[in-house]
Design a protein around this ligand. Structure first.
Ligand code: KG4
Ligand code: ZN
Length: 342
C-alpha cells in the first residue's frame, strides 16, 4: 500500500447506528459507534426515529472520532461516507454531512457501498489478523442481506447466491421477537444459545438452490412450533429459552455452513471470509474455525467490532478508493438500493 501518510474520516449512517472513524494508512485510530436504543421497544428500526437520531448524533460522534484519533480536521485527506444501501432518511444525514464537510475542508469525497464496506473491513490493518488473498469467497450476513460473494479484487465482486426472501439477521430478529426478546434479537439469541442444548428441538431447513438462501419458512416454522408449545404449557418459552435459542442457532449455522460448502465445491476456492452483523455470531465463528481443521479451508473472521455496522469499514473502503483517486462528484446522491457489485 501507499507510503504516503493518509488520514481518512469515515461516516456510516445507513440504518440505526451513527458511526464515525478515522484511519491512518489503513490503521484504525478511532471508531465511534452510537447505537440507537430507541428502537428496542418497537421491536425493529423505525425509519423516522432513526433519521432524527442520526441528526442528533452525527456532530458529537464525528467530534469524538477526531478527538480519539487525536487529530484536527484540517489534517484529513478525504471524507468517506455510506451512499447506500440502507434507509433513505438515515443515508441522507450522513451523505449531506459528508458533502458539507468535504466542501468546507476542500478535500475529496469518497462514496462507499455499505455492503462492500462490510467485506473490505477485512483489509483494515490489524496486528495478528490475516487478510484474505484474491480471489476469496465471502459470506455476507447482516440484517438486510444474505449473500455469497466471490471477491476477485477490492472492487471486483460477483454475487454467487443470495436469499430469496428474508436475510439471516432478520430471521434472528424475528425469531427473537416471537420469543419476546427486544430488538435486535440476534445477539440475545446467541447469548442464551450458548447455555442451551442445540439438539433439543429440530426445525426444518429450507430447500432452495445450492447457493441461495431462504429464511421465511424457518421463521414461520418457529412461530407455529412456539404457538403449539405455548398451548400445552404457557410457560414454555421461559422454561426452555436456552434450548430454544440453541436449537434455532444450530439450524441457522447448519444452513450457512452447508451453503459455504457448496460454494467451495462450485468455485474451488478455499479462502472463506465472513462479514456483516451476523458474523459476530459465536456459533458461526466456531464452525468456521472447525472448517479449517476438517476441510482445509483458510477462514477470515473479522474482529468483533468490525462485524456490525461501523465507520471503520467505510473509512478503509474509502481509503482503497482514495489510493485509486476514485473520488465522488459533489452531486452524488444517497441510494437506498445498491447491489454489492455497483
Ligand atoms: O450489519 P449489521 O450491523 O446491520 C445491517 O447492515 O443490517 O447487522 C445487524 C444484524 C441484526 O439482525 C442483528 O440481530 C445481527 O446482525 N447480529 C447477530 C449477532 N450480532 C448481531 N446475529 C446473531 N448473532 C449475533 N451475535
Ligand atoms: Zn451492515
Amino acid at each position: 500500500m501507499s507510503q504516503q501518510s493518509i488520514y481518512i474520516l469515515g461516516i456510516e449512517s445507513s440504518c440505526d447506528d451513527t458511526s464515525a472513524a478515522v484511519i491512518h494508512n489503513g490503521i484504525v485510530l478511532s471508531n465511534v459507534v452510537a447505537n440507537q436504543e430507541i428502537h428496542a421497544k418497537y421491536g425493529g428500526v423505525v425509519p423516522e426515529l432513526a433519521s432524527r437520531a442520526h441528526q442528533q448524533n452525527i456532530v458529537p460522534v464525528v467530534q469524538q472520532a477526531l478527538a480519539q484519533a487525536n487529530i484536527d480536521k484540517s489534517k484529513l485527506h478525504a471524507i468517506a461516507f455510506t451512499r447506500g444501501p440502507g434507509l433513505m432518511g438515515s443515508l441522507l444525514v450522513g451523505t449531506s454531512f459528508a458533502k458539507s464537510l468535504a466542501m468546507g475542508l476542500n478535500i475529496p469525497l469518497l462514496d462507499v457501498n455499505h455492503m462492500q464496506g462490510h467485506i473490505l473491513a477485512h483489509f483494515i490493518e490489524e496486528e495478528n489478523v490475516k487478510k484474505p488473498p484474491f480471489p476469496f469467497v465471502c459470506l455476507t450476513i447482516s440484517g438486510g442481506h444474505t449473500q455469497i460473494v466471490k471477491v476477485t479484487d477490492y472492487f471486483d465482486m460477483e454475487i454467487l447466491g443470495e436469499t430469496i426472501d428474508d436475510a439471516v439477521g432478520e430471521a434472528y430478529d424475528k425469531s427473537a421477537k416471537i420469543l419476546g426478546l427486544p430488538y435486535p434479537g440476534g445477539p440475545l439469541i446467541d447469548k442464551y444459545a450458548q447455555k442451551g442444548n442445540p439438539k433439543a428441538y429440530t426445525f426444518t431447513k429450507p430447500k432452495v438452490g445450492d447457493l441461495d438462501f431462504s429464511f421465511s419458512g424457518l421463521k414461520t416454522g418457529i412461530l407455529y412450533f412456539i404457538q403449539k408449545k405455548i398451548k400445552e404449557n404457557p410457560h414454555f418459552i421461559k422454561e426452555n429459552l436456552e434450548d430454544i435459542c440453541a436449537s434455532i442457532q444450530f439450524t441457522i449455522a447448519e444452513i450457512l455452513i452447508e451453503k459455504l460448502k457448496n460454494a467451495v465445491k462450485h468455485t474451488g476456492i478455499k479462502h472463506i471470509a465472513i462479514a456483516g452483523g451476523v458474523s459476530a455470531n459465536s456459533e458461526i465463528r466456531k464452525r468456521l474455525q472447525l472448517a479449517e481443521k476438517h476441510w482445509g479451508w483458510t477462514t477470515y473472521i473479522p474482529k468483533f467490532e468490525y462485524t456490525t455496522d461501523n465507520a471503520a469499514m467505510i473509512a478503509i473502503t474509502g481509503y482503497l478508493k482514495f489510493l485509486n483517486k476514485n473520488y465522488a462528484a459533489i452531486s452524488v446522491t444517497a441510494q437506498a438500493r445498491l447491489k454489492v457489485t455497483e
